[in-house]
Design a protein around this ligand. Structure first.
Ligand SMILES: *Cc1c(COP(=O)(O)O)cnc(C)c1O
Length: 394
């Protein structure tokens, strides 16, 4: 089996599994209780907070633990919107290829009277900084742009976007779920006011994540109740899960240089191999790209069929088309970078981790080449393309 769907979720690393299983029996107390059992759990929780904060250059009091990336995105955006509403600033700038946790939250705000400008993502999958600046208005309360895209892996010019927001005095949030633990992040260097992260995207447990909110940024609760997380997120904390997330992040950051060098080499080998398939194209910029992301379109085939046949060969990957989520529309990300429907339907995302070997990469290349050829052999679209009844796009 080759697991090449790490952008969807990752396997927990041994350090995270060990931490979690140990703490399930050692730190089961309620961190809000004053007696010993509670205080032990509290210590574990605050230790995790310090670790996580240090990784992104934040202070521990600026970290709020959440159930994952989606919750952090919702809370960041709704908090900025609440602050904006108070000041009569009801305009938000974002981009067309954000994760649905961001896009659907923005949709909800539109129904409540907010105006949203979704910036164009260019063919290379990158946002242009001057366009962010132009989009900001007197009544803009938030700019939210993802650090790295989850489908095509492109890394945005976050530092420069943050600098523009700072200059214009607008809050800047970034969904950094695909970036944290994979590339270097520093909230001061990158001019970030709020940042979302998720444990299960960097070999931590599912159901864990955090929101960074710069000191002075007032958060709105999504969950009301007890005074946990400085009163901003009620509910008894998932102490073992949170500690396991911190352990996974620590490990990811400690080994980042080695891991990403290997991943980049494997990624580039994969890209070079897949490029040999005729009428194919890499999606997203080749250099400003996550070390583990490869995303291709193959003309004349359906991504879904490709996935099923790859599964038979022991390969777990993902397709940009959203059929899996019950919709027949192709990926909004691929449409945003200008892929037409037919081409966007034939997409494949491979997200590799640091454990992948050269032999596995070569097996991926040969299997995908074979399956694409096979699918094209009976594809009516491919027949039309070959007969010249339709023009090749790629
Ligand atoms: C996975 C993902 C999310 C959602 O995170 P969860 O922890 O699964 O809620 C949000 N944004 C991006 C970019 C993601 O990749």
């Amino acid at each position: 089996m080759i697991y090449a769907d790490n952008a969807a979720t990752t396997k927990m690393c041994p350090a995270a599994v060990d931490t979690m299983t140990r703490l399930l029996s050692e730190a089961w107390g309620n961190p809000s209780s004053l007696y010993g059992f509670g205080q032990k759990a509290k210590e574990v929780l605050e230790d995790a907070r310090e670790k996580v904060a240090a990784v992104i250059g934040a202070g521990p009091r600026e970290i709020l633990f959440t159930s994952g990336g989606s919750e952090a995105d919702n809370q960041a955006i709704l908090s900025a919107a609440a602050l904006g509403r108070q000041k009569g600033k009801m305009h938000i700038v974002s981009s067309a290829f954000e994760h649905h946790a961001v896009l659907h939250t923005l949709k909800k705000l539109e129904k409540e009277g907010f105006e949203v400008t979704l910036l164009d993502v260019h063919e290379d999958g990158l946002i242009r900084v001057p366009e962010v600046e132009e989009a900001i208005r007197e009544d803009t309360c938030l700019v939210t742009i993802m650090y790295a895209n989850n489908e095509i892996g492109t890394i945005q010019p976050i530092r420069e976007i943050g600098a523009v927001c700072r200059k214009k005095n607008v809050l800047f949030h970034t969904d950094a779920v695909q970036a944290v633990g994979h590339i270097s992040i520093d909230v001061d260097r990158d001019n970030i006011d709020m940042l979302s992260a998720s444990g299960h995207k960097f070999h931590g447990p599912k159901g864990t994540g955090f929101l960074y909110a710069r000191k002075g940024v007032l958060l709105t609760n999504l969950i009301e109740g007890g005074a946990q997380e400085r009163g901003k997120r009620a509910g008894t904390e998932n102490v073992p899960g949170i500690a396991a997330m911190a352990a996974a992040l620590d490990e990811a950051v400690a080994n980042m240089e080695r891991n990403t060098a290997h991943q980049r080499a494997m990624r580039d080998r994969l890209i070079a191999g897949l490029r040999k398939i005729p009428h194919s194209a890499l999606n997203g910029d080749e250099t400003s790209r996550l070390p583990g992301n490869v995303n291709f379109c193959f003309e004349g085939i359906e991504g879904e069929s490709l996935l099923l046949l790859l599964d038979d060969k022991g390969i777990a990957a993902s397709s940009g088309s959203a059929c899996t989520s019950g919709s027949l529309d192709p990926s909004h990300v691929l449409l945003a970078i200008g892929r037409v429907h037919d081409v966007a339907h034939g997409s494949l995302r491979l997200s590799i981790d640091e454990e992948i070997t050269e032999e596995e990469v070569d097996y991926l290349i040969s299997s995908i080449t074979e399956v694409v050829e096979y699918l094209r052999s009976f594809s009516p679209i491919w027949r039309d393309l070959m007969a010249g009844k339709k023009e090749f796009i790629l």
